[in-house]
Design a protein around this ligand. Structure first.
Ligand code: FES
Length: 104
């Protein structure tokens, strides 16, 4: 089963698999997502703002909580780390810099 995640401002839609995090889904689907750590949950570069569907998002775990707090954002479900975020239904997020990878 997949869940549609809309990404603003690029206006793209990703079909994210059950149990798959947004960062991994983006990579699988050929998108470049801002990162330094490569999805390990330590760089915080992948953060997103959840605009719609916060109730469809996975709970914030300890590693992600630490990252969000380091970003000086409230842990209220609005700011999430894409490499830690899993969804169970439609969600809309904002993250600048997400774009299709250039074919090499
Ligand atoms: S990719 Fe580094 S924290 Fe998510």
């Amino acid at each position: 089963m997949t869940h549609t995640v809309a990404v603003r401002p690029a206006g793209l839609e990703m079909e994210v698999l059950d149990g798959e995090d947004l960062f991994s889904a983006a990579h699988r689907l050929g998108y470049r997502w801002p990162t330094v750590c490569g999805g390990n949950g330590t760089c915080r570069t992948c953060f997103v703002q959840v605009d719609e569907g916060a109730g469809n998002c996975s709970p914030v775990g300890p590693l992600e909580r630490e990252g969000i707090e380091a970003l000086r954002r409230p842990v209220d479900g609005r700011t999430r780390l894409a490499c830690q975020l899993r969804v169970v239904g439609p969600v809309t997020v904002t993250r600048r810099g997400v774009r299709r990878r250039v074919q090499e």
